[in-house]
Design a protein around this ligand. Sequence first.
Ligand code: G6P
Length: 366
Amino acid sequence: GEAELGPYRHFMQKEIFEQPRAVGDTLQDIDAIMPELFGDGAHAVFRAIDRVLILACGTSYYAGLTARYWIESLAGIPVDVEIASEYRYRTSVPDPRTLVVTISQSGETADTLAALKHARSLGMEHTLTICNVATSAMVRECKLAFITRAGVEIGVASTKAFTTQLTALYLLTLALAQTRGRLDAAAEEQAIKSLRHLPAAVSAVLALEPQIIAWAERFASKENALFLGRGMHYPIALEGALKLKEISYIHAEAYPAGELKHGPLALVTDAMPVITIAPHDELLEKLKSNMQEVRARGGELYVFADADSQIASAEGMHVIRMPEHYGRLSPILHTVPLQLLAYHTACARGTDVDKPRNLAKSVTVE
Ligand code: G6P
């Protein structure tokens, strides 16, 4: 009802703006990193594994793809991420020393539950879920669990569930790193400090909404869009493209920018907006040359840059500057403007934002 929506037009918009609260609640008052954040016995489990297998669908799968960058670089543990509906029907090579991690907002997605059972049937007993519903089947079925505190998510297109999943997965990364002796007290303190600042950092990004509305008005007439990211921002580009598809019905694809020349560059014309995630990181210079390839073909670039990215607005190059550079947690912040862009583009096209055609909030059948 209208009372619940408050000043917002749709639940999706309300849920986007709830993210500082949702992320803050998910962090609760965590003042130390420890395996027990994931349940009793987590320490023994984390010591008993030497690989991670992440299983999920949809937006939750993209959270898993992001976590792979974190877990491999910080904890030094090899990670596979699989789409649940593919994994369950694929002949794979099981390893009992695997931590099987399911990610699910609802905890009821049939494919993810079936993939979990499949992994167990292959002898993998170390199971953990990152889930938003404490009473769900997924939480019952997994040995370990971390409950995100996004609160009830009503919009079919997932927003606050995703950023809280990422927050939980970063905590998991830190806990795994710690059990490997890869997180000393100083690094732990630093990580907690930047996690604590996340809600305020997300709020600062939300303040970019007016600039994003101006972009969305131009996007509304497009039929195609391309999203580019590199490294840990590639999964965020995938999520940005998914959001745009789901609610605005604009065809969107995401590519890791280095792969442009192997195909999608053929699609680039002045009718193709190219949304680029361009934080100031070690891949920025490479990314800038990918952007030049787009410009040379008349593609219009819409760039989310940092203060330090040194990318200026110019002909065919539109830039929104993110308030701060956020190191490894930057994927969480870069998600937010892409949610807003999809949302306002959908509003401009007049679609049913909270209930997009053909989609369900929770897919409990195969
Ligand atoms: C549906 C929803 C998506 C969600 C996916 C996985 O497709 O529309 O927003 O990401 O299911 O759902 P889960 O509850 O398992 O995260």
